[in-house]
Design a binder for this molecule. Structure first.
Ligand SMILES: [Zn+2]
Length: 277
């Protein structure tokens, strides 16, 4: 049997590693499907990565299909441990504590750290901005193991980010996804400058703001007094709306009521999060 670690090593890192590295250290019974379903699915998924093809073929040739009882155990799909509304309530309560300048928890104890090594059951996914002032665990008064966080400047979601969200929902049982923006967001500000001042951003920075541009245009059409603020709030609503139709697993859980996807905005001045739902 080829272990995940060996598989990653044999791939020679390259571009495959970032997409797969999140499997390392996760709940052993919550192995991502890309590495636990039948060999052909693994092969198809990994072929999309730019890796050393000879090394990839050699490694995949050693991967046994799941019909072999000695092969990798099938992934376990967890139902949510709490309801979406309960999870939302915990976030609201935690943020209220934070905004009052308090914290209900200290740093995790060594016992808690050891406990988490056995697995994780985060009660919410936070799709947030990379901004250093908006750390999800702090602003929601949470500890290790409680939030599954996907962060990119501007709170947008790439295909890899979407896969991370689906993993947290399907395999870790997270019942809530919060798309979290914040006031004075620099990434959204850059997108506003592109639209209104034709700011010239180079390659990677332009790629960062491209997914935000539709929200800026939509906010612009509504003639707000503060375009950046309106675009920030429009952007998280748009990202949440796109997530709701981006993946079959998410859509199924939404329809059966075991998942909620909501947008929210953190106020840098007050420390409060305003939820759109
Ligand atoms: Zn930001």
């Amino acid at each position: 049997m080829v272990s995940r670690r060996l598989l990653l090593g044999a791939l020679g890192v390259g571009l495959a590693a970032p997409a797969l590295a999140w499997a390392e250290g996760d709940n052993p019974v919550a192995t991502p499907s890309v590495l636990t379903r039948k060999g052909r699915r693994t092969r198809r998924a990994l072929k999309t990565q730019a890796v050393d093809k000879a090394a990839l073929d050699k490694t995949l040739a050693q991967v046994k299909p799941l019909e072999d009882p000695n092969a990798v155990e099938p992934a376990e799909v967890h139902p949510p441990a709490v309801s979406p509304d309960e999870a939302l309530g915990r976030l609201k309560q935690g943020n209220a504590i934070f905004a009052r300048g308090n914290a209900s928890i200290a740093l995790p104890t060594t016992a808690r750290i050891a406990e988490l090594a056995a697995g994780q059951r985060p009660f919410a996914v936070i799709v947030g901005c990379s901004d250093s002032r908006v750390g999800p665990e702090l602003i929601f008064d949470c500890n290790l193991g409680e939030l599954f966080v996907v962060r990119v400047a501007g709170s947008t979601v790439s295909q890899e980010g979407l896969g991370s969200i689906v993993y947290a929902v399907e395999h870790l049982g997270a019942p809530l996804v919060v798309v979290l923006g914040h006031t004075k967001c620099g990434a959204v500000g850059a997108a506003v400058d592109v639209v209104t001042k034709h700011a010239d951003l180079h390659g990677a920075l332009l790629n960062m703001v491209l997914p935000i541009l539709p929200a800026v245009s939509e906010a612009q059409d509504k003639h707000p007094a503060d375009l950046q603020d309106a675009a920030i709030r429009q952007n998280v609503r748009d990202v949440a709306a796109r997530l709701k139709v981006a993946d079959g697993t998410l859509a199924e859980r939404l329809s059966e009521g075991s998942l909620k996807i909501v947008s929210a905005t953190y106020d840098l001045t007050t420390g409060l999060v305003a939820f759109d739902a």
